[in-house]
Write a protein that binds this ligand. Sequence first.
Ligand SMILES: NC(=O)C1=CN([C@@H]2O[C@H](COP(=O)(O)OP(=O)(O)OC[C@H]3O[C@@H](n4cnc5c(N)ncnc54)[C@H](OP(=O)(O)O)[C@@H]3O)[C@@H](O)[C@H]2O)C=CC1
Ligand SMILES: O=C1OC[C@@H](O)[C@H](O)[C@H]1O
Length: 368
Amino acid sequence: MSAGDGSKVRWAVIGTGNICSDFCAALKLVDNAETVAVAARELPKAQAFAKRFGIGKAYGSYDELARDRSLAVDVCYVGLINTKHKDVVCELLRNGRNVVCEKPLGMTVEEVKEMVKVARDNKSFLTEGFWTRHFPAFKKIDEIVSEGTIGRVSAIHCDFGFLAAQDSRTRLKELGGGAIYDIGCYTVQYATHLLGTPAKSWRPLSIAAAGVMDPVEQVDLNGGISMTFDDKSDPSARLRTLAVLHFGTDGRRSQTARILGDKGHVEVHRIMHCPTHVTCVLYTDGGSVRDDHTFELPAWRPGEGGIPEDFRFFFANSEGLAYEAERVGQCVKEGLLEMPECPLDESIAIAQIMQTAREQMGGQQMGE
Ligand SMILES: NC(=O)C1=CN([C@@H]2O[C@H](COP(=O)(O)OP(=O)(O)OC[C@H]3O[C@@H](n4cnc5c(N)ncnc54)[C@H](OP(=O)(O)O)[C@@H]3O)[C@@H](O)[C@H]2O)C=CC1
Ligand SMILES: O=C1OC[C@@H](O)[C@H](O)[C@H]1O
């Protein structure tokens, strides 16, 4: 089902939690989008959400929405806890729905591969909701790096974290908790995007991870991953690049990223997963700073959209979800089955990196 005719892109929202609320508000900023349905585990919850956002149809189960043949919808947004992504997304895809699913796409490589297979078998659109990719500031980083402005990139550093409450879903195993799932995935996607290549299936050459685990929940609270990649700018394939990624839910962090080149570096200011400020620093031949310029690129285009003034987003820069929604709408209208800038094979690589890192974080022991 796709709207290839200039009509509005009809969205359904699966879930009524915090990110679903932010996403629905952000959809109000998008010119050619409308939200036509919402589903929750309980009907009253879906009805209350529908009333709040002026949504026409409410469902008391996710599957009911997926299977309702009378519901004409172009794309479904899944904003559920991580452990629910796979089953709900597959049911939507099997019913011919196009889907954007919040990160992380699945809990394991196996889950992600199954989701991708179901999408491909059913010729439905699927993408992992890495909204970072659609921010103008992230596109600026891409431009600086790909045009060679900072020269040969040798490494990237990321540091993303915040202090989560003990009972937050991000720290509870049953709800798909773990810092790597919640925010580590953003740092991993910086690495695969900037250092990985389609030719190498976005895979690193080596990976080493260490983590501080919650002794009761057995989820990571504070973790680090180091990875090496082939240097894509080196035709002799002898040079390597390095990613050093840090993430945590047990304390405040800088929430920044840095891309290091031999002619300069890029600083991504907080918050690196929804960036608005990027500084490009260029060196002289002697290695001192010759230029230092900060690009300010807003979380949404100023003055656009119809969000009531008293509306409060749960998360910082959530209006930027509108960029993702806008781009998904374009893809669906064009009849694409995946998003070129977030390919599904890259999502599989990201899941593979995260799974390897989780195994290492949980199982590490120092020898005598
Ligand atoms: N892009 C971004 O910036 C962000 C992305 N996220 C992602 O969004 C997803 C949801 O996060 P968030 O909105 O913060 O979480 P919330 O706790 O606010 O919402 C949880 C959602 O999961 C659903 N759910 C289904 N089963 C359960 C269950 N057993 N217990 C609790 N909830 C359940 C709830 O459904 P129902 O409505 O039916 O009750 C609700 O929609 C995660 O995958 C997270 O990674 C989160 C924050 C920001
Ligand atoms: O995607 C996210 O970004 C912001 C965090 O606060 C949140 O926990 C996470 O899911």
